[in-house]
Design a protein around this ligand. Structure first.
Ligand code: C2E
Length: 705
């Protein structure tokens, strides 16, 4: 085998199928000399039996055998699924036969002539070599096919297609998956043109794609680009194309190839997450997180353009009441309607956000003066106050708006929002449906308020609160029939503070609940103490604020205090202002009834100021009206007030209610009231509010006036 250009594995088995035994032996001998192993069969039948046990590397087949032709043997071999290369041998020099034999798949064709044995080794080697090459090729093709299948499967799973584009010829190739991603049938359209493809891309993203593909073709620049594209069925897809460029030695692009990944689902999920992070689910408006971000940008922009930014903080007036009476669904509808209306008031570039239950914020960009802000604010208030029809109800709501302006009222978002919020509170205090620009005085007021709130929290613990008592007098006998407990706060720095200066704050912060409980307990214990000291029993009148009155377990708290102190409920009177009752007359009437059923008496304080209708008054389970001291004060100078007081007195008598006049400072006032049948009075004429010790002295010595 020396000198052979082929490297065939030594010892390859060759099957010689030949009925001429002498010729077969010659052939076998020659092959063995060349290092092959030869086995032989003298008939077709024998050959097939041999092939059942051994599969040779090559068959040398005599064309004409006694039992069957060479062709018939080949057919039987093929039927068994075997693929063995073979060389056909024949005694006839017949060109036609040669062609026929090659057609059957013979690798070579040898004539049994004198040069047969010389030509045999080379023919065998060549055939074996070709067979091996073919085998290797088949294996490589199979492996390629497998990896292509794997790639296609992976692409399908990843929704990723691959593509090639020849920038010189314009020829384009798309993988099957790419066709599928874009909604086409693989291979259809057959000719994919770059221009045609670019037209499928969303118009907004087209320039970026054109730029990327041009840079790839001209400057061999690879790219990664996310863009939107209209698929064959009209759906918009979001895809990410990544491309590499093959260049020649002179840097000219030869081939741009890449992958395209369908990221529509991912982008949709990302968008949904962004939506949840940045937007309010009810109104779809930006939430506080996005507002802060937008505000930061607005400030940066305003700084560059030397302009102002207006920050509006809007709170709906009485939203809580609407929510509670009509239900949360109606409340939601109301908020959605308001959001829609607000949107109509601001420009695309402005930001409208919902930052709390009924709180909205507006960031007005690039504002040149405050008049613009005022105009928009007025427009907003106007639109909000228009009636809204929800579930057949016509709802009227209004808003309070606080405004802070960059750069005057703050240089960063949180400060501006905080100041707008403070200004909003001012607007609300002025009865709502109002707007208010922030001012630095406001800030000082807020600071003072904060300090007051802090020290009020400590007041209870440090026992800085105390009660004064003011007698209520029966002017016919001069006897004290009742005492009103009035709260005072001994502030460590500010001295004694009267309730008008801090009760509102206690209400807002909720501190009124523990403070109110303390007042009730102290007053009840004191009343009981005087009784135990042997003084004739007197009513103890205690003021209740709106928040206390709204407490569900108010009656329980009072019952516990009465039990603790041992005071009979008959001697406790609760004073509730007319406006507190009128906030929710129906449910408050129920609470009043509950308290009355406990034996407690009830008085309407500041009567005449709260616009309660007579029909309601008739139904309130109350015992007493207290005429507001404002009317009493002006009786002498204002005939109208005198008339009002007279009406209140006669109304009280008609309804069989007791009546007490407050703020009686002079004898003529007392006489006027007495002449109008108001016998019970309270005021400086009889006594200022004084300490418990002073009351004890008065009780011991009698009241002098
Ligand atoms: N000019 C004038 N004023 C007179 C005269 N006689 C009494 N007054 C004042 O009139 C107020 C009467 O109390 P009110 O109408 O219940 O009005 C009370 C009451 O609404 C509220 N308040 C007082 N103590 C409490 C409390 O313990 N709880 C609650 N929730 N509110 C309280 O604070 C308000 C103010 O209380 P005060 O400052 O103690 O003011 C008291 C009293 O000092 C008079 O002849 N002339």
């Amino acid at each position: 085998m020396t000198g052979s250009p082929y490297t065939i594995k030594a010892g390859s088995t060759i099957l010689i199928i030949e009925d001429d035994i002498a010729f077969a032996e010659l052939t076998s001998g020659t092959l063995q000399e060349h290092g092959f192993k030869a086995i032989g069969a003298t008939s077709g039948q024998e050959a097939m039996e041999l092939l059942s046990a051994t599969i040779p590397s090559l068959i040398i087949l005599d064309y004409s055998l006694p039992d069957m032709t060479g062709i018939a043997i080949l057919e039987q071999i093929a039927d068994r699924g075997l693929s063995v290369p073979f060389i056909m041998v024949t005694g006839r020099d017949d060109a036609l036969l040669a062609v026929q034999m090659m057609k059957t798949g013979a690798c070579d064709y040898l004539l049994k002539d004198t040069s047969f044995l010389d030509r045999l080794p080379a023919a065998v080697l060549r055939t074996l070599h070709d067979a091996e090459t073919r085998e290797r090729l088949l294996r490589a093709e199979e492996s390629l096919r497998q990896s292509e299948t794997r790639l296609a499967r992976a692409q399908k799973i990843a929704r990723m297609g691959s593509w090639e584009w020849n920038p010189l010829t314009g020829e384009t190739y798309w993988s099957d998956e790419l066709y599928r991603i874009f909604g086409f049938t693989p291979g259809e359209p057959h000719q994919v043109e770059m221009e045609w493809f670019i037209n499928l891309i969303n118009e907004a993203d087209r320039p970026a794609f054109k730029k990327a593909i041009t840079n790839a073709a001209r400057q061999c620049q690879s790219f990664s680009l996310i863009y939107r594209i209209k698929s064959c069925n009209g759906d918009e897809l979001v895809v990410n194309s990544q491309a590499e460029v093959e260049c020649d030695s002179e840097g000219r692009a030869q081939l741009v190839s890449g992958t395209t990944l369908d990221i529509t689902a991912r982008i949709r999920a990302e968008n949904e997450i962004q939506q949840l992070i940045n937007y309010d689910t009810l109104t779809s408006l930006p939430n506080r997180t996005l507002l802060n971000d937008r505000l930061r940008h607005a400030i940066a922009q305003a700084l560059r353009d030397r302009q102002m930014v207006g920050v509006l903080f809007l709170d709906l007036d009485r939203f809580k009441g609407i929510n509670e009476t009509l239900g949360h669904r109606a409340g939601d509808k109301l908020l959605k309607t308001i959001a829609k209306r607000l949107k109509a008031c601001v420009r695309e570039t402005d930001t409208l956000a919902r930052i709390g239950g009924d709180e909205f914020a507006v960031v007005l960009m690039g504002v040149s003066n405050e008049e613009v802000i005022t105009a928009i604010t007025k427009k907003i208030l106007g639109l909000i106050s228009e009636p809204i029809c929800i579930n057949g109800h016509e709802i009227y709501t209004t808003g309070s708006i606080g405004i802070a302006v960059y750069p005057m009222d703050g240089e960063d978002g949180p400060t501006l929002l905080k100041h707008a919020d403070q200004a909003m509170y001012q607007a609300k205090e002025r009865d709502g449906n109002n707007f208010q620009f922030f001012s630095s005085e406001m800030n000082i007021k807020v600071l003072e308020r904060m300090m007051l709130e802090n020290s009020m929290r400590k007041a209870l613990e440090r026992e800085d609160l105390f009660l004064l008592y003011q007698p209520q007098v029966d002017t016919r006998t001069g006897e004290i029939t009742g005492l009103e407990a009035l709260l005072r706060w001994r502030h460590p720095d500010m001295g004694v503070i009267v309730p008008d200066k801090f009760i509102y704050l206690a209400e807002e912060t909720g501190l009124i609940i523990p403070i109110g409980e303390w007042v009730l307990r102290t007053a009840c214990f004191q009343a009981k103490a005087w009784q135990q000291q042997g003084f004739p029993p007197m009513r103890m009148a205690v003021n209740l604020s709106a928040k206390q009155f709204a407490q569900k377990d108010l009656s329980g708290t009072i019952a516990a205090i009465l039990l603790e102190s041992g005071l009979d409920p008959d001697w406790l009177e609760l004073e509730i202002t007319e406006s507190t009752i009128m906030k929710d007359p129906d449910s408050n009437t129920r609470m009043l009834q509950k308290l009355k059923d406990m034996g407690i008496s009830l008085a309407i304080d500041d009567f005449g100021t709260g616009y309660s209708s007579l029909s309601y008054l008739k139904h309130f389970p109350i015992n007493r009206l207290k005429i507001d001291r404002m009317f009493v004060r002006d009786i002498a100078i204002n005939p109208d007030d005198a008339a009002i007081v007279e009406i209140i007195i006669s109304m009280a008598h008609t309804l069989k209610l007791s009546v007490t006049a407050e703020g009686v400072e002079t004898r003529p006032l007392m006489e006027f009231l007495a002449s109008r049948n108001c016998v019970e009075m309270q005021g400086y004429l009889f006594s200022r509010p004084v300490t418990a010790e002073e009351i004890t002295t008065i009780l011991e010595n009698g009241l002098k006036y």
